[in-house]
Design a protein. Structure first.
Length: 487
């Protein structure tokens, strides 16, 4: 048996069956010659050739058809093994008959009966292989079912463990699965939700049909893509909750449309914070605009009377007073721009930016700080607003980088940059710093208007402003698309 197994594994079950079929066809052509010389009748010769040829054809055809059946390829050796056993059994019987002297022509008898034995073995082997195939298929299905059950239990544990609400809906938009987090969010138990329409939890003024159409349009039933929507739900107790829903299609089954899985997150507190921030910004803008208007008149009066001050006794003090009123007037103009009550209009002339940078640096109270200037071009901007832009960036660098910070103003291919060697700005904060009202110095009187003005300036002039990290690890503000040229 071991020798047979080695032969089958080396040759291959299907090849061996083909070889047997071809061998018997050759015998069907050769055997009549030997039978004629032995004095056999034409009928005996024809019957022998027919039996050998038919057996060979059956074996050859079977070797061709086996791959088209559901028998596993690794079981072809089983079929071939039964063919060899059939040949062995018939050969042994005929050899015994030859020894007893009851066989007239051993060669012809062995050839014919062994071919019939191989065909019989072929039939038995095929049935055996089919039975083994069914057994292996059943084992694999059992293993697959067990694996699927383990995976299902695993995903069920994941779904039940996450804090976000998760549910699955069918093509009719009815709940088919909900996790505990979702039942706690909406206040309905699982038995009430499963099978119910999702409109059960929709808030009173929610456009349920509109959301369904949007989901079908955006997500549909294929591609695995997901999309997030905002909506409101009404809990069992009547409370309205703002939610963020991420919808994705599940793999579709052959007999049904694709189900969808929805992850729901309560964003009520987040939306409330955003609304409070918007209200705060509106109040801040209103306050800044009111303050600017209220200060305008007394500043104008101060400027008028500062001109009448006697300069002979203390000319430096008079100049300081005049400069202070002028700076207050500039600040009022800036506040009016930030609050939207005045537009920033580019100057008709061109301003040398290096001069503006130096003037802005002189207004910063940081005697230990260092300015490195490497900019030499002019731009069509308002000098007052541009000086205020640079001063805000310088003051931010001193505030966050320390009194001995080094600030560098350099050129870019289409603009300039302002960088420092301070502590830098984290990536999560970079998107917030230009928002009106955002400040990290509220305890020191910061109102969060400086960088909001910088952003407004870049928008009005058509520049692009980005924040990144400087070579020394500090903050770097880059301004591109700045009109440049020679003043």
């Amino acid at each position: 048996m071991q020798l047979l197994s080695q032969l089958l594994s080396r040759v291959g079950g299907r090849r061996l069956i083909s070889a047997l079929g071809g061998g018997y066809l050759v015998l069907a052509a050769v055997l009549p010659v030997t039978l004629i010389s032995g004095g056999r009748t034409v009928g005996d010769i024809s019957l022998a050739s027919l039996l050998l040829g038919a057996s060979g054809l059956v074996l050859l055809y079977s070797s061709y058809r086996i791959p088209k059946t559901n028998v596993r390829p690794e079981l072809y050796e089983v079929i071939a093994g039964w063919c060899v056993r059939g040949i062995g059994v018939m050969t042994a019987v005929l050899l015994l008959a030859a020894l007893l002297g009851t066989l007239d022509n051993p060669v012809a008898g062995i050839s014919i009966l062994s071919s019939l034995g191989s065909v019989a073995g072929l039939g038995i082997g095929y049935q055996d292989a089919k039975a083994r195939t069914r057994a292996l298929d059943a084992e694999e299905q059992q293993r697959e079912a067990e694996r699927y059950s383990r995976e299902l239990e695993r995903y069920k544990t994941i779904v039940e463990t996450v804090n976000d609400g998760i549910f699955v809906v069918d093509a009719d938009d009815r709940f088919t699965l909900v996790n505990d987090a979702y039942t706690q969010l909406v206040g309905y138990d699982r038995e009430t939700l499963v099978g119910a329409d999702t409109a059960l939890v929709a808030a009173e003024r929610t456009d349920v049909e509109g959301i369904r159409q949007a989901v079908e349009r955006d997500v549909g039933s294929g591609g695995g893509k997901s999309k997030t929507y905002e909506s409101q739900i009404s809990t069992a107790s009547g409370e309205t909750i703002d939610t963020e829903m991420t919808v994705a299609p599940l793999p579709s089954r052959a007999d049904s449309a694709s189900d969808k899985v929805v992850v729901v997150r309560d964003v009520t507190e987040r939306n409330e914070r955003e609304r409070r921030l918007e209200d705060q910004n509106e109040r801040l803008d209103s306050f800044a605009g009111m303050l600017a208007h209220e200060l305008r008149n007394p500043v104008n009066i101060g400027q008028i009377y500062s001109v009448q001050l006697p300069t002979e006794s203390n000319p430096e003090a008079v100049r300081y007073v005049a400069d202070a009123f002028d700076r207050i007037e500039n600040i009022i103009d800036i506040m009016l721009v930030i609050t939207g009550e005045r537009d920033v209009v580019p100057s008709s002339g061109r301003v040398q930016l290096a001069t503006v940078v130096r003037d802005a640096w002189e207004e910063v109270d940081a005697p230990d700080a260092t300015l490195e200037l490497g900019i030499d071009f002019a731009a069509a901007v308002d000098e007052t607003y541009t000086r205020h832009l640079f001063r805000n960036l310088f003051e931010n660098a001193v505030e966050h980088g320390g009194s001995d910070v080094t600030v560098t103003v350099g050129e870019l291919p289409t603009g300039f940059y302002v960088a420092d060697d301070g502590i830098g700005i984290s990536e999560s904060t970079r998107k917030k710093i230009f928002q009106s009202g955002y400040t990290t110095a509220s305890g020191q009187g910061g109102m969060g208007l400086g960088l909001a003005f910088v952003q407004q300036m870049t928008d009005v002039y058509g520049w692009t402003c980005s924040v990144t990290e400087s070579e020394s690890g500090g903050a770097r503000f880059e301004f591109e698309n700045v009109t440049n040229g020679t003043a």
